[in-house]
Ligand binder design. Structure first.
Ligand SMILES: NC(=O)c1ccc[n+]([C@@H]2O[C@H](COP(=O)([O-])OP(=O)(O)OC[C@H]3O[C@@H](n4cnc5c(N)ncnc54)[C@H](O)[C@@H]3O)[C@@H](O)[C@H]2O)c1
Ligand SMILES: CCCCCCC=O
Length: 810
């Protein structure tokens, strides 16, 4: 057996033990890699210095820092990525469990390139480990010193059976390619990419090809040329142009060519001094073969800047070429070196045509102050990645898939994309052996009637609550009987049973359709959890609704001694709150919502705009337990009222959710009183009429001002920025929690908590989310006698603090 065969066999055997699949094992391995980068930074940098003349800081900045970021992301999100992913169901699968299960592929071959030897070899390895695979790592032989360090260090930190390193050149790689893998992840040039794919095809092994090519850069005359050229020069000359996504050439109008040359020259001087050769931040060409290849490309082109070189040192100065023709040598293949040709085009149209004549690039850059130019460039071209007004930086954004298209590659990676790329996303549908009758519509003999039912069941995708599911199952049973008997009951789309698709998304009338994802997307309160293992209790909301794990979540505990008193928090103005109206209350499955007309409006209170009312609802406990969501100094109150308002001109939470104060939520805490609060009686009675999920009733002659004090008595409150307290926990809420509490007697509390049922049919009790970490937010307290002038100033202050801290404001 060859060394390569042995390594693959060892990795396969280790994979078959199953240990790579355990999430704990994966996290441990990823943490070991973290340790490697902390402990061996200087060894790593020294090798890269010898290979590419990169400085230690440069190696950290462009290679290991990104890897550390990827490791953090993978470690923090692995459980969520690896968890089964529920999917939307149709009526036929409504009673089944339907989900995607990410599974490891098996043994992955990772073939790295030399230009960023750590980044392009270890980053796929992070994905392979995270996804639970074994991986054979083949670093590029061109980076001699780095390949040796990888071979020596990796086995000291990670499981050497599961993740062996195989060094060597073309013959060794070819021997590896003769082995059977479950995935091949190759980074390098397109010519070899084709060989990899050919070898993989023999075993039908899937491939990810991270290739290169000529990445164009269009500079519009309408832009700040100094800034544009500085960014282009950085993108081009970093790592001496040996970057897969370096801007390969510039397209611009002839009228700006001279300025572009001058500005690029200025940037070269700024970055690398007058003599880049002695500048520690300027690299070298990897070897003499590549040196010669690059120097040959200069043939037939006019040097406008740079051009100095020294073969023995593999040095080529940052170079600009002017008036380059499309036929020039330098335009025939990816440059992958520090030459920057400038080609003239008459404008955007010609630039787009030129780009589209070539292969689809790995990156496409467009510099312009005109959004129309940027939009046309994105709309009318194709490339792996697109950047306007910058270069390279998309590589460092883990939430963006990185990869090529067409000749620049296939597949993508980084962050969760690496995990998905190296996983098999297995479709799972778990059915029970009952309800066979429903299936008869698909069994022969086929009849038009069965087809009619099949159309109804297959073409309708719904989100149902528990009651809806039960109702549907009942109907399905009837259908089954009908179809089985093949009686002549005509197919009707409208039955007597009214299916109202309801689901958590519907439980918030202001929420968007996008939140109505899947039946299995049921969330629940802690009190429901034990009875339905498919529902997600508050601790697990974030697995399905990522915002619920954000840094601005609600409710919170307010520590009264730590609040900041702020005189820019004036009283509110309520409009319409004294009007007598009929309102509808509906059991939404998790709580009961009392709909308010949009004519009820809210201004003042230092809110950044005008707000329209949407609904109010209560949060309560049960059997004498308190049920408020917010707590003050750790104390939970018996009940809490939330009045939800949406900022104008938004029409829904979906529209408002990108605005930090898109929703204004007014909260009142209740305190137990010895006497009944007479204004609550009609509300309590109405809850008795909406016991079950989806039921509704009207409360006539309702006045909001009966249950809350008038605005002039509501000058004292807490303010902070937070989120909705039910999934999706949108971080778009300006919270106001009034000091003034509302009274409720224990008799009324008992009455309230005993009226309604959850969507699961259980008593609707303890409907509150536990308090969330403050995560550095400030809670403000209003001070009477405030001036309106400070309002905008206050919001700007709050926004900038949050921006600086979390970068969360869109
Ligand atoms: N898309 C990306 O993420 C990315 C990143 C880095 C580099 N690149 C591209 O890679 C290219 C530069 O790298 P390179 O190709 O010079 O790197 P390279 O010479 O290091 O080759 C890459 C790998 O392929 C192997 N290899 C080379 N010839 C082979 C053959 N005939 N058969 C089997 N294996 C072979 C090498 O051993 C090496 O591990 C550029 O085109 C660049 O744009 C792309
Ligand atoms: C800073 C950009 C690093 C890109 C590495 C991958 C391509 O060569």
């Amino acid at each position: 057996m060859s060394r390569e065969q042995q390594a693959v066999a060892r990795a396969r055997k280790a994979f078959e033990t199953g240990r790579s699949k355990s999430v704990e094992h994966r996290i441990r391995q990823l943490k070991n890699l973290q340790r490697l980068f902390t402990e061996k930074q200087s060894v790593i940098s020294a090798a890269v210095k010898k290979d590419l003349n990169k400085s230690e800081v440069g190696t950290q900045l462009y290679e290991t820092l990104g890897l550390e970021g990827e490791l953090n992301t993978a470690i923090n999100h692995l459980k969520e990525w690896a968890a089964p992913r529920p999917v939307e169901k149709n009526l036929l699968t409504i009673s089944d469990t339907v989900y995607i299960k990410p599974e490891p592929l098996g043994v992955v071959l990772i073939i790295g390139a030399w230009n960023y030897p750590w980044a392009v070899t270890i980053q796929p390895l992070i994905g392979a480990i995270a996804a639970g695979n074994a991986a054979v790592i083949k670093p590029s032989e061109v980076c001699v010193h780095t390949a040796k360090v990888m071979e020596d260090l990796l086995p000291l930190y990670i499981d050497k059976e599961l993740y062996p390193v195989v060094t060597g050149g073309v013959p060794e790689t070819q021997e590896l390619l003769r082995q059977r893998f479950d995935h091949i992840f190759y980074t390098g040039n397109s010519v070899v990419g084709k060989l990899i794919m050919e070898a993989a095809a023999k075993n039908l092994t899937p491939v990810t090809l991270e290739l290169g090519g000529k990445s164009p850069c269009y500079i519009d005359k309408n832009c700040d040329l100094t800034i544009a050229c500085r960014r282009v020069a950085w993108g081009k000359y970093t790592n001496c142009g040996q970057t897969c996504i370096a801007p390969d050439y510039i397209l611009c109008e002839p009228s700006i060519q001279d300025r572009v040359i001058e500005e690029v020259k200025k940037a070269i001087k700024e970055f690398y001094t007058d003599n880049p050769k002695t500048c520690p931040d300027y690299g070298r060409i990897i070897n003499q073969r590549h040196f010669k290849r690059i120097m040959n490309m200069l043939e037939g082109s006019t040097v406008a800047a740079g051009g100095d070189n020294e073969e023995s040192d593999c040095y080529i100065a940052p170079t600009v070429l002017r008036d380059v023709k499309p036929e020039a040598k330098v335009m025939q293949e990816e440059i992958f070196g520090p030459l920057l040709p400038i080609l003239s085009v008459s404008g955007l149209d010609e630039a787009i045509k030129f780009i589209n004549k070539g292969e689809k690039p790995l990156a496409l850059y467009c510099f312009s102050s005109d959004n129309k130019v940027i939009n046309r460039m994105t709309d009318e071209t194709s490339s792996g990645g697109f950047l306007a007004n910058d270069c390279l930086v998309h590589f460092s954004v883990g939430s963006l898939p990185f990869g090529g298209v067409g000749n620049s590659g296939m597949g993508c990676y980084h962050g969760k994309y690496s995990f998905d790329q190296l996983s098999h996303l297995r479709s799972c549908l778990i059915k029970k052996l009952n309800m066979e009758g429903v299936n008869s519509m698909r069994y022969p003999p086929h009849t038009p009637k069965k087809l009619g039912w099949a159309r109804f069941f297959i073409l309708n995708s719904v989100d149902l609550g528990w009651v809806g599911r039960m109702a549907l199952l009942a109907v399905m049973a009837v259908v089954a009987a009908v179809v089985l008997q093949t009686t002549s009951v005509p197919f009707k789309e409208k039955s007597n049973v009214h299916f109202k698709p309801f689901h958590q998304g519907d439980s918030e009338p202001i929420r968007s359709a996008s939140h109505r994802t899947a039946v299995s997307a049921q969330w629940c309160y802690q009190s429901q959890y034990s009875c339905d293992d498919t529902c997600r209790d508050p601790i697990r909301w974030a697995a399905q609704f990522p915002s619920c794990g954000g840094l601005r979540q609600s409710p919170i505990n307010i520590v009264s001694t730590k609040v900041h008193v702020n005189s820019a928090l004036p009283p509110f103005n309520f409009i319409g709150h004294t009007n007598t109206i009929n309102i509808t209350v509906e059991n939404k499955g998790h709580s009961a919502h009392f709909a308010l007309p949009q004519s009820f409006r809210l201004t003042g209170g230092a809110l950044p705009g005008h707000y329209r009312a949407a609904q109010f609802h209560f949060h309560w406990g049960g059997n004498g337990r308190p049920g408020s969501e917010h707590t003050i100094d750790g104390e939970q109150f018996p009940m809490e009222l939330h009045i939800v308002h949406i900022k104008e001109p938004y029409g829904s939470l979906a529209e408002a959710e990108h605005d930090m104060a898109g929703i204004a939520l007014l909260a009142f805490l209740f305190e137990e009183s010895s006497d009944d609060n007479p204004h609550l009686d009609s509300l309590i009675a109405s809850l008795g009429r909406v016991k079950n999920n989806g039921s509704s009733t009207v409360i006539p002659n309702f006045r909001l001002s009966d249950i809350i004090p008038s605005d002039k008595d509501l000058f004292s409150y807490y303010r902070y920025v937070g989120s909705m307290t039910t999934p999706g926990c949108e971080q778009a809420v300006a919270w106001t929690l009034f000091h003034r509490t509302l009274p409720i007697s224990s008799r009324q509390l008992d009455a309230i908590t005993q009226q309604c049922r959850f969507w699961t049919g259980q008593p609707m009790t303890d409907i509150f989310r536990p308090t969330q970490p403050l995560d550095g937010r400030v809670v403000y307290r209003s001070k009477a006698g405030a001036a309106l002038g400070g309002v905008m100033h206050w919001w700007v202050g709050v926004s900038s603090v949050l921006l600086g801290r979390t970068g969360l404001i869109h």
